[in-house]
Design a protein around this ligand. Structure first.
Ligand code: NAD
Length: 427
């Protein structure tokens, strides 16, 4: 276990502890909330294309299942380790609770570099992982989904292996499947669409008209491209974008679809016509009204937080802001729509997929979109109400425009989890 990953879980606990403090929870309850219910480590032997067998380490953590079965993605990345998966599982408990969907939090992963594996190796690895954790997952136990390094094809292999072992067709064991095997309409753009609805509600609440505002995005991938398009459609200007290879800046604005097409062709936004070349991290500090971190953890830190110029930050990535930087943003009066709220659209449409699989009845694009809008808008309102309710607490400043939405989101979520644990007689 590396020091880096240990500190990630310690960081992940900070807002939870702050929320527990606001709610006046006893230390035993904080102890229960800080301890994942189940952490599974599996080794997966895989026959590689050269005929040799290689062993991969896989993980699945179920953080808290008081509100329902665990739900959360599967990450394939070389840095995956137990502490990282624990942190991601804890964030899922909070996220699912903030948006009020009936799940606990879970997360899984395999320490591997999927880019270095052939398609056959990836399939054998996924089937091995599905078999290794089959007894712990299921539509009523724990429902995985994709995360960094996995996609709908990986979900297809997983559901196939699981159903063979279960001896029946249980499509609802996993979400974000292809449409042809029980996927939901709207899932691919769901995280960006949900973040857009949260941004609209934040803009309305804080009286910030969106038309003409400049937007900067770090990480122009799956979740970033849709929100760029939706914000462009309501009159925002996309002035900066980046990915792992570099970035592009144009204060006059860039077309989000042309940017996506350019990246699809050249594998980067770097070198986009009529733009100035910037670094991968420059979008965090360029002149803009709205900043959207949509790449990795720990991007807004004590080192660059003073240079952030945005009035509002919408966290599409998980954990992009360190606790130290978060405090400074709050003191500077910058509105932060926190990750556990802003990027919950993906898991919300995954929930819709699970519901549709159980019913065997499928919704149209319009139905999915309307339900997602309702859930994201209501969740923002709940969090904002909680922030107002605790305004006098030392955790919040007295000025309404400086309410700390992250703590409020955690307070909202933790209260619901504690209510469930109490109703079950667990605490
Ligand atoms: P992705 O791989 O499609 O996109 C990530 C983008 O970030 C890529 O374009 C990559 O090149 C870029 N990137 C990587 N390192 C970078 C760096 N140092 N600087 C700038 N850009 C960099 O992944 P995604 O699915 O869009 O996920 C992005 C984030 O959103 C992750 O934190 C993920 O956990 C979170 N998230 C994703 C979903 C979802 O539904 N996919 C849901 C909730 C949260």
């Amino acid at each position: 276990m590396s020091g880096k990953s240990t500190s990630l879980y310690q960081k992940a606990l900070k807002p939870l502890e702050k929320a527990a403090d606001v709610l006046g929870l006893e230390s035993e309850i904080i102890g229960v909330l800080s301890s994942p219910e189940r952490s599974l480590i599996v080794s997966i032997p895989v026959r590689m294309d050269d005929g040799k067998t290689r062993v991969f380490m896989g993980y699945r953590v179920q953080h808290n299942m008081s509100r329902g079965p665990a739900k959360g993605g599967i990450r394939y990345h070389p840095s995956v380790c137990l502490d990282e998966v624990k942190s991601l599982a804890l964030w899922m408990s909070i996220k699912n609770s903030v948006v009020g969907i009936p799940y606990g939090g879970g997360k899984g992963g395999i320490a591997c570099n999927p880019k270095e594996l052939s398609e056959g190796e990836l399939e054998r690895l996924t089937r091995g992982y599905a078999a290794a954790i089959a007894n712990f997952v299921g539509p009523d136990r724990d429902i995985p989904a994709p995360d960094v390094g996995t996609n709908s094809q990986v979900m297809g292999w997983f559901v196939d292996e699981y159903c063979k072992i279960a001896g029946k067709c249980l499509q609802g064991v996993i979400t974000a499947k292809p449409l042809s095997i029980g996927g939901s309409r709207g899932r691919e753009t769901a995280t960006g669409r949900g973040a857009f609805f949260a941004t609209l509600e934040a803009a309305k609440t804080f009286d910030i008209p969106l038309k003409g505002l400049s937007v900067s995005i770090q990480g122009y991938g799956n979740v970033a491209q849709p929100i760029a398009r939706y914000l462009y459609e309501v009159g925002c200007k996309i002035v900066a974008v980046s990915d792992s290879k570099g970035g592009a800046y144009n204060p006059e604005g860039m077309h989000p679809i042309k940017l996506a097409d350019f990246k699809a062709k050249t594998r980067s936004v770097k070198g986009f016509p009529d733009s100035e070349e910037i670094t991968t991290s420059d979008p965090v500090t360029v002149d803009c009204d709205i900043l959207i971190p949509a790449a990795l953890e720990n991007q807004i830190t004590q080192k660059n937080v003073d240079d952030v110029k945005a009035r509002m930050i919408v966290e599409e990535a998980n954990g992009p802001t360190t606790p130290e930087a978060d405090k400074i943003l709050h003191e500077r009066g910058i509105i932060v729509v926190p990750d556990v709220l802003a990027n919950a659209g993906g898991v919300t449409v995954s929930y819709f997929e699970w519901v549709q699989n159980r019913m065997g009845y499928y919704w149209s694009d319009e139905e999915v979109d309307a339900r997602l809008n309702h859930i994201m808008t209501s969740a923002f309102k709940d969090v904002y109400q909680t922030a107002k309710q605790h305004e006098v607490d030392t955790s919040f400043t007295a000025r309404e425009k400086q309410l700390h939405l992250r703590t409020a989101a955690y307070v909202t979520a933790v209260k619901r989890i504690v209510d469930a644990m109490q109703a079950l007689g667990r605490i």
